[in-house]
Design a protein around this ligand. Structure first.
Ligand SMILES: *[C@@H]1O[C@H](CO)[C@@H](O)[C@H](O)[C@H]1NC(C)=O
Ligand SMILES: *[C@@H]1O[C@H](CO)[C@@H](O)[C@H](O)[C@H]1NC(C)=O
Ligand SMILES: *[C@@H]1O[C@H](CO)[C@@H](O)[C@H](O)[C@H]1NC(C)=O
Ligand SMILES: *[C@@H]1O[C@H](CO)[C@@H](O)[C@H](O)[C@H]1NC(C)=O
Length: 593
């Protein structure tokens, strides 16, 4: 044998090995699971790769979150050429046009992300026509926005028609996200072992969310989280149909949010001049979020969780705006160091708050804000002579009730200023509610004394077994729920907290009540920065997303295979979502349940 023959023989052998390795296939069982088979695929019962099997296997295929209305996904696919996708829309509305153009781009990018690492061939002659029918072109998302949509796919000859109909632009966006999940890459004998995009050739889906508020909180004060990382979180939210980015922007640790009217806030409060969200950053984030179906609610926590950023009062002759800042021993003055609480008796504090609110309302378009209101430490105010003297002069003592009165006065004044600034900057005069964390002030026994239920939405952060949410509902308050022992994703890494798996996050049901607006997963950033934010957040936030979108009462084992697929989708889209099962269990659906 000469060397050329040897090389040829080796090549032949390699090619055969290649075919042999690729002769694996997947079978969709009657219970909707894709089972790994070492058999040569045939064109009816066996799929060449898992993603192709998952695309149409089971009632909900690869969709996450699962639709809440009728869902039919036919077991047939056609090849898709991303260069042969045409979007058709009948509107001359500029808002609508701009929004739809933006979501079309995102859609194309998302399907390209499936191909990026895989080098797809895109030679199909099939044409895809996506037709929109949208009623209203309002592009501000609120608790009243109709997010429902219907999606119909049909294929005739070499044309696949996708009809998207929705009341709002946000419904259309969700439909397009669903459509992207009806597309995947396949590879096997039928494609000559090349990567090819396929799309389900026939489907009908009607869908709408159960809860209007489906949130993710990110804390950018314990650690500054760069804009690019926030963008990735918003990408994941769009992919999972979460719709509220609760931005815990400031805390006692740092104040990274640029306030043009009060530049001192970041000069004194940012970790460095690079760790600041400029007005244009914030605008960009709000815009970026909008095109992912997400609205941004900014929280300026007060009167507690305020310290660094507020220390400049004395040097500007405004007195102490905050008290107990960075004070030690911290346990006597706060729950977590560094300490700091606004000084509610210094009227200059309210002028600064007014400037902050005005900047939020004008330079950063907002319809509501989160006013914080958690963990006021009475020991801090109680140890401040100026405050105790004031209370004494105003007929108050030093009991818990007296401090609650002081706190609620602070809260009333803050709301009044917010209302005044809202009126001054907005065309509508209707008073919108603001959000507050649950606290001693929202204790069901006292809340009616302090907080008007028409004006305050309470975000509860108590354990599942706590009776507080139910009691607040009985009293007629609206709630957003962040079940502490399921949706606090910072847990499991400090103290005696435990890590909540995606299944625990998924199983956490919140009441179906007109006054429960929804819930939020919380990513507190004491132990999280841009090196680990993706892993801590994803894919668990997606488990919360299906809970809030679909609120399924079915067994979690029915969600598992779709969840694994969604996690890989997030990874394809550039999010470092952590693994949730050994590769074997992902490939062999149902075997590790
Ligand atoms: C697909 O299956 C049908 C019926 O089982 C068979 O006649 C046909 O040859 C198959 N086509 C391919 C490409 O394998
Ligand atoms: C402001 O705080 C400083 C430091 O805690 C304190 O020494 C000072 O007396 C305070 N000023 C007033 C007006 O209370
Ligand atoms: C405040 O301090 C006084 C005296 O030090 C104490 O008697 C009182 O109980 C304290 N109040 C609270 C709410 O802790
Ligand atoms: C985290 O952010 C810093 C500062 O912006 C940057 O230098 C670093 O590369 C980022 N790390 C990761 C993993 O993104």
């Amino acid at each position: 044998m000469n060397s050329t023959t040897t090389v040829l023989l080796w090549l032949l052998l390699l090619l055969n090995v290649q075919k042999f390795i690729s002769a694996q296939s997947f079978k969709c069982t009657e219970t909707g699971k894709c089972i790994h088979k070492n058999e040569k695929p045939d064109n009816n019962t066996l799929y060449e790769c898992q993603n192709a099997c998952r695309l149409t296997c089971g009632r909900y295929g690869a969709l996450w979150p699962k639709p809440t209305g009728s869902t039919i996904i036919k077991n047939s696919v056609v090849h898709l050429n991303p260069h042969k996708i045409r979007f058709e829309l009948r509107t001359t509305n500029a808002n609508g046009q701009e929004y739809l153009n933006a979501i079309d781009e995102i859609f194309l990018k998302n399907i390209a992300s499936e191909c990026e690492k895989r080098d797809c061939v895109t030679e199909s002659e099939n044409e895809i026509v996506i037709q929109y029918a949208v009623n209203v072109f309002e592009d501000t998302l609120t608790w009243d926005t109709d997010e429902s949509y219907s999606l119909a796919i049909s294929t005739l000859d070499q044309t696949t028609t996708v009809e998207i109909s929705s009341h709002t632009l946000f419904g259309a966006r969700h439909a397009l996200e669903t459509l992207s999940q009806l597309i995947t890459v396949t590879n096997g004998p039928s494609t000559n072992f090349e990567n090819v995009l396929i799309i389900v050739s026939s489907a009908q889906i009607k869908d709408r969310p159960v809860y209007a508020h489906r949130g993710l909180l990110i804390d950018t004060a314990r650690h500054f989280i760069p804009v690019a990382d926030i963008e990735r979180a918003l990408d994941g939210m769009g992919a999972s149909k979460l719709n509220v980015f609760h931005w815990h922007a400031t805390d006692s640790h740092s104040f990274p949010l640029e306030i043009p009217r009060v530049p001192q806030m970041t000069i004194f409060g940012a970790y460095s001049h690079e760790e600041i969200y400029t007005v244009s950053d914030v605008r960009h984030i709000i815009e970026y979020a909008k095109y992912r179906g997400v609205r941004v609610i900014i929280e300026i926590d007060a009167p507690s969780h305020a310290g660094n950023g507020w220390q400049w009062g004395p040097s500007y002759d405004l007195g102490n705006l905050t008290v107990c800042v960075n004070q030690q021993p911290w346990r006597s003055f706060c729950i977590q160091p560094p300490c700091g609480q606004l000084n509610p008796i210094n009227l200059n504090v309210y002028d600064v708050l007014r400037d902050i609110y005005r900047d939020l309302l004008t330079s950063l378009p907002h319809e509501t804000m989160h006013m914080g209101g958690d963990e006021v430490h009475m020991g801090c105010w109680n140890s401040t002579k100026e405050i105790v003297d004031y209370m004494y002069n105003n007929g108050l003592g030093q009991t818990t009730d007296d401090f609650l009165k002081l706190w609620s006065d602070f809260q009333s004044k803050s709301l009044e200023i917010w209302d005044e600034e809202s009126r001054a900057t907005s065309v509508t005069s209707t008073q919108k509610p603001v959000i507050l964390w649950s606290s001693e002030l929202t204790d069901p026994a006292n809340i009616e004394k302090y907080l008007n239920k028409e004006r305050y939405i309470i975000q509860t952060w108590v354990p599942l077994t706590s009776p507080i949410p139910k009691k607040l509902l009985t009293k007629g308050y609206k709630l957003i729920m962040s079940t502490k022992d399921a949706w606090y994703f910072d847990h499991g890494f400090w103290g005696n907290t435990r890590y909540y798996t995606w299944k625990m996050a998924y199983k956490n049901r919140i009441p179906r009540d007109r006054n429960v607006l929804g819930g939020e997963a919380c990513v507190w950033s004491e132990l999280i920065d841009n090196n680990s934010i993706d892993e801590r957040t994803w894919p668990r936030a997606a488990a919360v997303a299906e809970r809030l979108w679909s609120d399924p009462d079915t067994d979690i084992s029915l969600a598992e295979q779709r969840f694994y697929r969604h996690r890989e989708r997030l990874v394809d889209r550039g999010i470092r979502a952590e693994a949730v099962a050994p590769r074997y269990c992902v490939l062999n659906e149902g075997e590790c349940t």
